[in-house]
Design a protein around this ligand. Sequence first.
Ligand code: NAI
Length: 336
Amino acid sequence: MKVAVFSTRPYDREFLDHANEQSAAGHALFYLEPRLNAHTAHLAAGHEGVCAFVNDQLGRAELEILAANGTRLIALRSAGFNNVDLAAARELGFQIGRVPAYSPDAIAEHAIALILSLNRKIHKAYARVREGNFALEGLLGFDLKGKVAGVIGTGKIGINVARILKGFGCEVVASDPFESAELTALGGRYVGIDELLARCDVISLHCPLTPETHHLIGREAIAKMKPGVMLINTSRGAVMDARAVIAGLKNGKVGYVGLDVYEEEEDLFFENLSDQVIRDDVFVRLMTFPNVLITGHQGFFTREAMTAIAGTTIDNISAFERDGAPLHPVPTERKA
Ligand code: NAI
């Protein structure tokens, strides 16, 4: 089947080509570097499938262009589908496939990497030592053992984060509208969100972006937190209100911030902008804090996760070609 693959980087090509070869599906993958938006959607003309990533836009405008040009399948290379207008997709008769689980360990381990790096200031130590500066001032950390760690969202990723934090000897508390027996089995405890905010030394976000979770961590939530709290976001940028976090950092309420996602990341992440002026003042302000560590949406970026993403994407395309529906469909009936 002919599939236009948007937001392609060399590594996407490597893993998708390998999966396509391995499955002997023989799909004709047309690789495009640009992000999918209303200006680029026409590039998919004549392709029955479109393969998209997290910052590709699949709003009504884009979907109408794709539908008019013969596309019927959207194969997402992600678990999340908050970038798709599901009502428009349903109206226009699209099938949408996604990769529900690839390697929850990859993202969980990245969240832990942010916690450890921020705490022990590895990012600073690396730069210092290379300059021959072996002074320890400013590098003081804390023992994770015995600290209270909060996990918001105990799905596939959150559970793994909870398990690792338990291994460090943290008390793990969690919040999720759907409680998981797995969390309780590993010694974690569900508490109300206010208790979680008030008691935790570290709070890590692992819920999806929905109208309910939009700016979940905002001024009000931060006001309820323990002074010096560490906030980690590897979920979706808009779960956190970056302006409120900046205010918290400025007044010292927030002690550390580790981000792998950012609300306006689509204009920044996955690109080399090192020779350009970054115009997003909120992002630039965040980068000026010594106690903020940002990575550019790389939580998923392990060999294991990329192999799984490519394999499931090719399986979704093959199932659509064979049966008219992807193997892992996104239900378009309601906004999840
Ligand atoms: P999942 O669907 O397995 O788990 C999400 C959990 O959040 C569910 O248990 C759900 O009940 C819970 N939840 C929903 N609303 C909530 C609320 N208001 N408060 C607390 N919990 C709530 O999802 P998974 O795979 O664990 O992914 C979690 C997040 O990680 C998603 O936002 C996803 O977009 C993001 N992600 C980030 C990646 C990265 O590279 N940084 C890669 C993959 C996923």
